[in-house]
Design a binder for this molecule. Structure first.
Ligand code: MLT
Ligand code: ZN
Length: 466
Protein backbone atom coordinates (compact mmCIF):
# COMPACT_ATOMS: atom_id res chain seq x y z
CA UNK A 1 0.00 0.00 0.00
CA UNK A 2 1.40 3.42 -0.95
CA UNK A 3 1.25 5.88 1.92
CA UNK A 4 0.58 9.59 1.52
CA UNK A 5 3.04 12.02 3.10
CA UNK A 6 0.55 12.55 5.92
CA UNK A 7 0.41 8.79 6.54
CA UNK A 8 4.22 8.60 6.58
CA UNK A 9 4.48 11.45 9.07
CA UNK A 10 1.85 9.86 11.31
CA UNK A 11 3.64 6.51 11.25
CA UNK A 12 7.02 8.14 12.00
CA UNK A 13 5.47 10.02 14.93
CA UNK A 14 4.31 6.71 16.34
CA UNK A 15 7.90 5.45 16.18
CA UNK A 16 9.92 8.38 17.52
CA UNK A 17 7.37 10.69 19.17
CA UNK A 18 5.69 13.69 17.55
CA UNK A 19 8.37 16.14 18.73
CA UNK A 20 10.95 14.31 16.66
CA UNK A 21 9.26 14.47 13.30
CA UNK A 22 9.84 17.82 11.63
CA UNK A 23 7.88 18.89 8.60
CA UNK A 24 8.18 22.69 8.49
CA UNK A 25 9.91 24.31 5.50
CA UNK A 26 12.87 25.59 7.48
CA UNK A 27 13.68 22.16 8.93
CA UNK A 28 13.20 20.43 5.60
CA UNK A 29 15.55 22.89 3.89
CA UNK A 30 18.15 22.68 6.67
CA UNK A 31 18.20 18.91 7.10
CA UNK A 32 17.78 18.21 3.41
CA UNK A 33 21.15 19.59 2.37
CA UNK A 34 24.85 19.36 3.07
CA UNK A 35 27.59 21.88 2.21
CA UNK A 36 26.92 21.55 -1.52
CA UNK A 37 24.68 24.05 -3.22
CA UNK A 38 23.99 22.53 -6.63
CA UNK A 39 20.88 20.48 -5.82
CA UNK A 40 18.04 22.18 -3.87
CA UNK A 41 16.66 20.20 -0.93
CA UNK A 42 13.08 18.87 -0.98
CA UNK A 43 12.59 16.11 1.62
CA UNK A 44 9.17 14.96 2.76
CA UNK A 45 10.08 15.38 6.44
CA UNK A 46 12.80 14.79 9.02
CA UNK A 47 12.73 12.12 11.70
CA UNK A 48 15.12 12.13 14.64
CA UNK A 49 15.22 8.64 16.23
CA UNK A 50 16.57 8.29 19.75
CA UNK A 51 17.67 4.65 19.71
CA UNK A 52 18.75 1.79 17.47
CA UNK A 53 15.34 0.20 18.01
CA UNK A 54 13.69 3.33 16.62
CA UNK A 55 16.06 3.39 13.63
CA UNK A 56 15.15 -0.24 13.00
CA UNK A 57 11.43 0.52 13.20
CA UNK A 58 11.85 3.40 10.74
CA UNK A 59 13.78 1.24 8.26
CA UNK A 60 11.22 -1.58 8.54
CA UNK A 61 8.39 0.87 7.91
CA UNK A 62 10.29 2.31 4.95
CA UNK A 63 11.01 -1.13 3.53
CA UNK A 64 7.39 -2.19 3.80
CA UNK A 65 6.07 0.95 2.12
CA UNK A 66 8.99 1.71 -0.20
CA UNK A 67 9.83 5.03 1.45
CA UNK A 68 13.25 6.44 0.50
CA UNK A 69 15.47 7.32 3.48
CA UNK A 70 18.45 9.69 3.58
CA UNK A 71 20.68 9.14 6.64
CA UNK A 72 21.88 12.45 7.99
CA UNK A 73 24.79 13.42 10.24
CA UNK A 74 26.39 16.85 10.56
CA UNK A 75 25.70 17.57 6.87
CA UNK A 76 29.19 18.88 6.21
CA UNK A 77 29.68 16.70 3.12
CA UNK A 78 30.91 18.15 -0.15
CA UNK A 79 29.48 15.66 -2.66
CA UNK A 80 25.75 15.78 -1.96
CA UNK A 81 25.64 12.39 -0.19
CA UNK A 82 23.24 13.74 2.45
CA UNK A 83 21.08 15.82 0.09
CA UNK A 84 17.39 14.87 0.10
CA UNK A 85 15.97 16.35 -3.09
CA UNK A 86 13.21 13.92 -4.06
CA UNK A 87 10.70 13.76 -1.24
CA UNK A 88 12.74 11.34 0.92
CA UNK A 89 12.53 11.05 4.69
CA UNK A 90 15.70 12.44 6.29
CA UNK A 91 16.81 10.27 9.23
CA UNK A 92 18.89 12.53 11.46
CA UNK A 93 21.07 10.76 14.01
CA UNK A 94 21.67 13.94 16.02
CA UNK A 95 19.83 12.73 19.13
CA UNK A 96 21.92 9.57 19.21
CA UNK A 97 25.09 11.23 20.46
CA UNK A 98 25.93 9.33 23.65
CA UNK A 99 29.21 7.89 24.78
CA UNK A 100 28.44 4.21 25.35
CA UNK A 101 31.75 2.79 26.56
CA UNK A 102 35.30 3.94 27.14
CA UNK A 103 38.05 1.34 27.55
CA UNK A 104 41.37 3.01 28.40
CA UNK A 105 43.18 -0.33 28.77
CA UNK A 106 42.26 -1.14 25.17
CA UNK A 107 42.43 2.47 23.96
CA UNK A 108 38.96 2.28 22.45
CA UNK A 109 35.70 4.15 22.71
CA UNK A 110 32.17 3.23 21.69
CA UNK A 111 29.85 6.08 20.74
CA UNK A 112 26.53 6.56 19.06
CA UNK A 113 26.65 7.74 15.46
CA UNK A 114 25.39 11.25 16.18
CA UNK A 115 28.33 12.23 18.38
CA UNK A 116 30.10 15.29 17.00
CA UNK A 117 33.66 14.50 15.92
CA UNK A 118 35.17 17.25 18.09
CA UNK A 119 33.30 15.90 21.16
CA UNK A 120 34.88 12.51 20.55
CA UNK A 121 38.30 14.13 20.19
CA UNK A 122 37.72 15.93 23.51
CA UNK A 123 36.70 12.73 25.33
CA UNK A 124 39.91 11.12 24.13
CA UNK A 125 42.07 14.14 25.00
CA UNK A 126 40.60 14.31 28.51
CA UNK A 127 42.23 10.90 29.10
CA UNK A 128 45.54 11.73 27.43
CA UNK A 129 44.50 9.88 24.27
CA UNK A 130 43.91 10.92 20.70
CA UNK A 131 41.10 10.32 18.23
CA UNK A 132 43.30 10.71 15.20
CA UNK A 133 40.94 11.88 12.44
CA UNK A 134 40.77 15.65 12.22
CA UNK A 135 39.60 18.26 9.72
CA UNK A 136 38.17 21.78 9.65
CA UNK A 137 34.52 20.70 10.00
CA UNK A 138 35.17 18.44 13.04
CA UNK A 139 33.12 20.90 15.15
CA UNK A 140 29.90 19.97 13.32
CA UNK A 141 30.42 16.66 11.53
CA UNK A 142 29.13 13.48 13.17
CA UNK A 143 31.14 10.34 13.72
CA UNK A 144 28.49 8.31 11.84
CA UNK A 145 28.86 10.59 8.82
CA UNK A 146 32.66 10.38 9.07
CA UNK A 147 32.40 6.59 8.89
CA UNK A 148 29.77 6.59 6.15
CA UNK A 149 32.08 8.77 4.03
CA UNK A 150 35.39 7.33 5.29
CA UNK A 151 36.49 10.87 6.15
CA UNK A 152 40.18 11.73 5.77
CA UNK A 153 41.51 15.14 6.77
CA UNK A 154 44.86 16.46 7.90
CA UNK A 155 46.39 13.55 9.87
CA UNK A 156 46.05 10.75 7.34
CA UNK A 157 49.77 10.73 6.60
CA UNK A 158 50.37 9.51 10.16
CA UNK A 159 47.19 7.76 11.29
CA UNK A 160 45.25 6.79 8.16
CA UNK A 161 41.62 7.43 7.23
CA UNK A 162 38.49 6.93 9.35
CA UNK A 163 38.43 3.31 8.11
CA UNK A 164 41.68 2.73 9.96
CA UNK A 165 40.13 3.78 13.28
CA UNK A 166 36.95 1.66 13.16
CA UNK A 167 37.09 -1.47 15.32
CA UNK A 168 33.41 -2.25 15.26
CA UNK A 169 30.12 -0.99 13.87
CA UNK A 170 26.47 -1.38 14.71
CA UNK A 171 24.29 -0.78 11.67
CA UNK A 172 20.67 -1.15 10.69
CA UNK A 173 20.80 -2.38 7.13
CA UNK A 174 18.19 -1.73 4.46
CA UNK A 175 16.43 -5.00 5.35
CA UNK A 176 15.85 -3.66 8.84
CA UNK A 177 18.35 -6.05 10.43
CA UNK A 178 20.63 -4.84 13.21
CA UNK A 179 24.17 -6.04 12.45
CA UNK A 180 27.05 -6.01 14.94
CA UNK A 181 30.08 -5.89 12.67
CA UNK A 182 33.39 -7.05 14.14
CA UNK A 183 32.27 -6.24 17.72
CA UNK A 184 35.35 -4.15 18.47
CA UNK A 185 37.76 -7.04 18.00
CA UNK A 186 41.34 -6.45 16.92
CA UNK A 187 41.68 -10.01 15.68
CA UNK A 188 38.76 -11.70 13.97
CA UNK A 189 39.52 -13.86 10.95
CA UNK A 190 36.12 -15.32 10.20
CA UNK A 191 35.70 -14.59 6.52
CA UNK A 192 35.04 -11.29 4.72
CA UNK A 193 34.74 -8.32 7.08
CA UNK A 194 31.36 -6.69 6.42
CA UNK A 195 32.34 -3.71 8.56
CA UNK A 196 34.43 -2.43 5.66
CA UNK A 197 31.48 -2.51 3.27
CA UNK A 198 29.64 -0.02 5.45
CA UNK A 199 32.64 2.28 5.90
CA UNK A 200 32.48 4.71 2.98
CA UNK A 201 29.12 3.33 1.79
CA UNK A 202 27.48 6.79 2.02
CA UNK A 203 24.25 5.44 3.47
CA UNK A 204 23.32 3.25 0.51
CA UNK A 205 23.43 -0.03 2.46
CA UNK A 206 22.03 1.01 5.81
CA UNK A 207 22.34 3.39 8.74
CA UNK A 208 25.30 3.36 11.12
CA UNK A 209 23.95 3.62 14.67
CA UNK A 210 27.10 3.25 16.78
CA UNK A 211 30.81 2.56 16.41
CA UNK A 212 33.79 1.37 18.41
CA UNK A 213 36.85 3.41 17.51
CA UNK A 214 40.55 3.01 18.18
CA UNK A 215 42.26 5.74 20.16
CA UNK A 216 46.00 6.42 20.10
CA UNK A 217 48.48 7.63 22.62
CA UNK A 218 48.53 11.41 22.26
CA UNK A 219 51.67 12.66 20.50
CA UNK A 220 54.11 14.98 22.24
CA UNK A 221 54.07 18.74 21.53
CA UNK A 222 53.74 19.43 17.83
CA UNK A 223 55.74 21.96 15.83
CA UNK A 224 54.43 23.53 12.65
CA UNK A 225 56.54 24.80 9.79
CA UNK A 226 55.31 26.84 6.85
CA UNK A 227 57.46 26.91 3.72
CA UNK A 228 57.22 29.03 0.58
CA UNK A 229 57.96 26.65 -2.27
CA UNK A 230 59.24 27.47 -5.77
CA UNK A 231 56.87 25.21 -7.71
CA UNK A 232 54.81 22.04 -7.32
CA UNK A 233 57.69 19.75 -8.27
CA UNK A 234 59.69 21.22 -5.39
CA UNK A 235 56.89 20.25 -2.97
CA UNK A 236 57.62 16.65 -3.83
CA UNK A 237 61.34 17.15 -3.18
CA UNK A 238 60.59 18.70 0.20
CA UNK A 239 58.26 15.80 1.03
CA UNK A 240 60.97 13.27 0.17
CA UNK A 241 63.59 15.01 2.31
CA UNK A 242 61.34 15.42 5.35
CA UNK A 243 59.63 12.01 5.27
CA UNK A 244 62.98 10.25 5.13
CA UNK A 245 64.29 12.13 8.16
CA UNK A 246 61.34 12.59 10.53
CA UNK A 247 57.86 11.23 11.15
CA UNK A 248 55.32 13.74 9.86
CA UNK A 249 51.92 14.33 11.44
CA UNK A 250 50.76 16.44 8.50
CA UNK A 251 52.04 17.63 5.15
CA UNK A 252 49.60 20.06 3.55
CA UNK A 253 49.87 22.52 0.68
CA UNK A 254 48.00 25.49 -0.77
CA UNK A 255 48.40 27.90 -3.66
CA UNK A 256 49.26 31.59 -3.34
CA UNK A 257 45.89 32.79 -4.66
CA UNK A 258 44.13 30.75 -1.95
CA UNK A 259 46.38 32.22 0.72
CA UNK A 260 45.66 35.77 -0.47
CA UNK A 261 41.93 35.23 -0.08
CA UNK A 262 42.33 33.68 3.36
CA UNK A 263 44.56 36.54 4.55
CA UNK A 264 42.06 39.07 3.33
CA UNK A 265 39.16 37.36 5.07
CA UNK A 266 41.04 36.79 8.33
CA UNK A 267 42.62 40.25 8.19
CA UNK A 268 46.10 38.79 8.65
CA UNK A 269 49.49 39.81 7.29
CA UNK A 270 51.45 37.50 4.97
CA UNK A 271 53.13 34.86 7.18
CA UNK A 272 56.40 34.92 5.21
CA UNK A 273 58.63 37.58 3.60
CA UNK A 274 58.78 35.78 0.26
CA UNK A 275 55.85 35.12 -2.03
CA UNK A 276 55.72 31.77 -3.78
CA UNK A 277 53.29 29.89 -6.03
CA UNK A 278 52.78 27.27 -3.32
CA UNK A 279 53.14 26.91 0.44
CA UNK A 280 53.68 23.73 2.41
CA UNK A 281 52.57 23.29 6.01
CA UNK A 282 54.34 20.52 7.89
CA UNK A 283 53.56 19.28 11.37
CA UNK A 284 55.75 16.95 13.41
CA UNK A 285 56.48 16.09 17.01
CA UNK A 286 58.90 18.45 18.69
CA UNK A 287 62.33 17.00 18.01
CA UNK A 288 63.66 17.42 21.57
CA UNK A 289 67.04 18.38 22.98
CA UNK A 290 68.98 15.55 21.35
CA UNK A 291 68.16 16.74 17.83
CA UNK A 292 67.63 20.48 18.14
CA UNK A 293 68.96 21.38 14.72
CA UNK A 294 67.66 18.51 12.66
CA UNK A 295 64.63 20.31 11.29
CA UNK A 296 66.63 23.45 10.57
CA UNK A 297 69.20 21.36 8.70
CA UNK A 298 66.46 19.85 6.55
CA UNK A 299 65.09 23.33 5.93
CA UNK A 300 68.57 24.61 4.91
CA UNK A 301 68.98 21.65 2.58
CA UNK A 302 65.70 22.55 0.85
CA UNK A 303 66.69 26.22 0.60
CA UNK A 304 70.10 25.39 -0.84
CA UNK A 305 68.52 23.10 -3.43
CA UNK A 306 66.37 26.06 -4.48
CA UNK A 307 63.09 24.33 -3.63
CA UNK A 308 62.21 26.52 -0.68
CA UNK A 309 62.30 30.33 -0.77
CA UNK A 310 61.40 31.11 2.82
CA UNK A 311 60.01 29.47 5.92
CA UNK A 312 58.90 29.85 9.50
CA UNK A 313 58.89 27.38 12.39
CA UNK A 314 56.30 27.90 15.12
CA UNK A 315 57.79 28.87 18.48
CA UNK A 316 54.58 28.72 20.50
CA UNK A 317 51.29 26.88 20.43
CA UNK A 318 49.58 30.13 19.43
CA UNK A 319 51.90 30.52 16.43
CA UNK A 320 51.29 26.91 15.40
CA UNK A 321 47.54 27.56 15.56
CA UNK A 322 47.88 30.72 13.46
CA UNK A 323 49.76 28.80 10.77
CA UNK A 324 47.15 26.02 10.76
CA UNK A 325 44.40 28.62 10.49
CA UNK A 326 45.73 29.62 7.06
CA UNK A 327 45.24 26.10 5.74
CA UNK A 328 42.10 25.20 7.68
CA UNK A 329 40.26 28.37 6.61
CA UNK A 330 40.71 27.65 2.93
CA UNK A 331 37.47 25.77 2.32
CA UNK A 332 35.25 28.17 4.24
CA UNK A 333 36.92 31.20 2.68
CA UNK A 334 36.40 29.96 -0.86
CA UNK A 335 32.77 28.94 -0.21
CA UNK A 336 31.77 32.52 -1.07
CA UNK A 337 32.74 31.85 -4.71
CA UNK A 338 30.62 28.69 -4.88
CA UNK A 339 33.62 26.62 -5.97
CA UNK A 340 33.34 23.51 -8.11
CA UNK A 341 35.47 20.91 -6.34
CA UNK A 342 37.55 18.04 -7.60
CA UNK A 343 38.91 15.82 -4.85
CA UNK A 344 41.69 13.78 -6.37
CA UNK A 345 43.54 10.81 -4.86
CA UNK A 346 46.88 9.71 -6.35
CA UNK A 347 49.94 7.77 -5.35
CA UNK A 348 52.89 9.94 -4.39
CA UNK A 349 55.21 8.89 -7.26
CA UNK A 350 52.76 10.14 -9.93
CA UNK A 351 51.85 13.49 -8.35
CA UNK A 352 54.53 15.46 -10.14
CA UNK A 353 53.54 14.23 -13.61
CA UNK A 354 49.83 14.54 -12.80
CA UNK A 355 50.01 18.14 -11.70
CA UNK A 356 51.97 19.16 -14.80
CA UNK A 357 49.34 17.69 -17.07
CA UNK A 358 46.44 18.86 -14.90
CA UNK A 359 47.73 22.43 -14.76
CA UNK A 360 48.04 22.52 -18.56
CA UNK A 361 44.50 21.14 -18.91
CA UNK A 362 43.06 23.57 -16.39
CA UNK A 363 44.79 26.60 -17.96
CA UNK A 364 43.48 25.61 -21.38
CA UNK A 365 39.92 24.72 -20.36
CA UNK A 366 39.25 27.20 -17.56
CA UNK A 367 40.78 30.18 -19.35
CA UNK A 368 39.97 33.32 -17.36
CA UNK A 369 38.55 31.44 -14.34
CA UNK A 370 40.38 31.30 -11.06
CA UNK A 371 41.58 27.89 -9.90
CA UNK A 372 42.82 27.28 -6.35
CA UNK A 373 44.82 24.19 -5.44
CA UNK A 374 45.23 22.94 -1.91
CA UNK A 375 45.09 19.66 -0.06
CA UNK A 376 46.78 16.90 1.81
CA UNK A 377 49.62 16.41 -0.63
CA UNK A 378 51.58 14.21 1.79
CA UNK A 379 48.98 11.46 1.37
CA UNK A 380 48.40 12.13 -2.34
CA UNK A 381 45.14 14.08 -1.98
CA UNK A 382 44.78 17.23 -4.11
CA UNK A 383 41.76 19.56 -3.95
CA UNK A 384 41.12 21.50 -7.12
CA UNK A 385 38.66 24.36 -6.60
CA UNK A 386 37.32 26.39 -9.52
CA UNK A 387 35.80 29.69 -8.43
CA UNK A 388 32.60 30.86 -10.06
CA UNK A 389 32.97 34.30 -11.65
CA UNK A 390 30.26 36.61 -10.34
CA UNK A 391 29.14 37.43 -13.86
CA UNK A 392 28.71 33.81 -14.95
CA UNK A 393 25.31 32.11 -14.62
CA UNK A 394 25.32 29.17 -12.21
CA UNK A 395 24.08 26.73 -14.86
CA UNK A 396 26.79 27.78 -17.36
CA UNK A 397 29.45 27.44 -14.67
CA UNK A 398 28.24 23.99 -13.65
CA UNK A 399 28.08 22.84 -17.29
CA UNK A 400 31.61 24.06 -17.98
CA UNK A 401 33.03 22.46 -14.82
CA UNK A 402 31.27 19.16 -15.47
CA UNK A 403 32.70 19.07 -18.98
CA UNK A 404 36.25 19.86 -17.84
CA UNK A 405 35.88 17.36 -14.98
CA UNK A 406 35.61 14.55 -17.54
CA UNK A 407 39.08 15.52 -18.79
CA UNK A 408 40.44 15.67 -15.26
CA UNK A 409 38.86 12.33 -14.38
CA UNK A 410 40.41 10.74 -17.48
CA UNK A 411 43.79 12.09 -16.43
CA UNK A 412 43.30 10.77 -12.89
CA UNK A 413 42.42 7.37 -14.37
CA UNK A 414 45.52 7.42 -16.60
CA UNK A 415 47.63 8.19 -13.53
CA UNK A 416 46.07 5.29 -11.57
CA UNK A 417 44.20 7.53 -9.11
CA UNK A 418 40.72 8.04 -7.70
CA UNK A 419 38.11 10.67 -8.63
CA UNK A 420 37.26 11.07 -4.95
CA UNK A 421 39.94 10.78 -2.30
CA UNK A 422 37.96 11.76 0.79
CA UNK A 423 34.78 13.66 -0.16
CA UNK A 424 32.82 10.62 -1.36
CA UNK A 425 30.74 10.26 -4.51
CA UNK A 426 27.24 11.27 -3.38
CA UNK A 427 25.26 12.95 -6.14
CA UNK A 428 27.93 15.17 -7.59
CA UNK A 429 30.57 12.66 -8.60
CA UNK A 430 28.60 9.64 -9.70
CA UNK A 431 28.81 10.69 -13.38
CA UNK A 432 32.60 10.28 -13.20
CA UNK A 433 32.79 7.20 -10.96
CA UNK A 434 33.35 4.94 -13.97
CA UNK A 435 36.68 6.61 -14.71
CA UNK A 436 38.33 5.03 -11.70
CA UNK A 437 36.10 2.07 -10.80
CA UNK A 438 35.64 -0.63 -13.44
CA UNK A 439 32.24 -1.81 -14.78
CA UNK A 440 32.83 -5.14 -13.00
CA UNK A 441 33.39 -3.31 -9.71
CA UNK A 442 30.31 -1.12 -10.12
CA UNK A 443 28.18 -4.14 -10.98
CA UNK A 444 29.46 -5.90 -7.85
CA UNK A 445 28.53 -2.81 -5.81
CA UNK A 446 25.02 -2.88 -7.31
CA UNK A 447 24.61 -6.51 -6.31
CA UNK A 448 25.92 -5.83 -2.80
CA UNK A 449 23.37 -3.05 -2.49
CA UNK A 450 20.60 -5.46 -3.47
CA UNK A 451 21.63 -7.82 -0.68
CA UNK A 452 21.55 -5.23 2.10
CA UNK A 453 18.84 -3.01 0.64
CA UNK A 454 16.43 -5.18 -1.39
CA UNK A 455 13.71 -2.52 -1.50
CA UNK A 456 16.16 0.18 -2.68
CA UNK A 457 15.15 2.58 0.08
CA UNK A 458 18.60 3.51 1.40
CA UNK A 459 19.83 6.84 0.04
CA UNK A 460 18.65 6.02 -3.48
CA UNK A 461 20.42 7.70 -6.40
CA UNK A 462 23.66 8.23 -4.47
CA UNK A 463 27.07 6.86 -5.52
CA UNK A 464 25.69 5.07 -8.61
CA UNK A 465 22.38 4.67 -10.43
CA UNK A 466 20.45 1.44 -9.80
C1 MLT B 1 39.85 20.47 3.13
O1 MLT B 1 40.84 19.81 2.87
O2 MLT B 1 39.93 21.66 3.48
C2 MLT B 1 38.53 19.81 3.08
O3 MLT B 1 38.59 18.58 2.41
C3 MLT B 1 37.42 20.67 2.54
C4 MLT B 1 37.56 21.11 1.12
O4 MLT B 1 38.23 20.46 0.33
O5 MLT B 1 36.93 22.11 0.75
ZN1 ZN C 1 40.53 17.83 2.40
Amino acid sequence: MTLTNADVIRALRDVSGAAHVLEDDEARARYGMDRTTLVPPAPCCVVRPGSTAQVQAIVRLAREHRIALVPSGGRTGLSGGAVAARGEVVVSLERMNRLLQFNPEERSITVEAGMITAALQQHAAAHGLLYAVDFASAGSSHIGGNIATNAGGIKVIRYGMTRDQVLGLEVVDGRGEVLELNRGLVKNNTGPDLRHLFIGSEGILGIITSATLALRNAPGPLDVMLLAVRDFASIMDVLRVFTRAIRLDAFEFFGHNGLERVLERLQRKAPLGAEAPFYVLLEFEHQGADAPDQVMRLFEQCVQAGWVLDGVLSQTLAQARELWLLRESMSETLARWLPYKNDIGLRIPVLRAFIERAQALVEREYRGLEVVWYGHVGDGNLHLNVLKPETMAGADFAALCERVTHGIAALVRDCGGSISAEHGVGLLKKHILHYTRSPAEIEALRQIKRVFDPAAIMNPGKVFDP
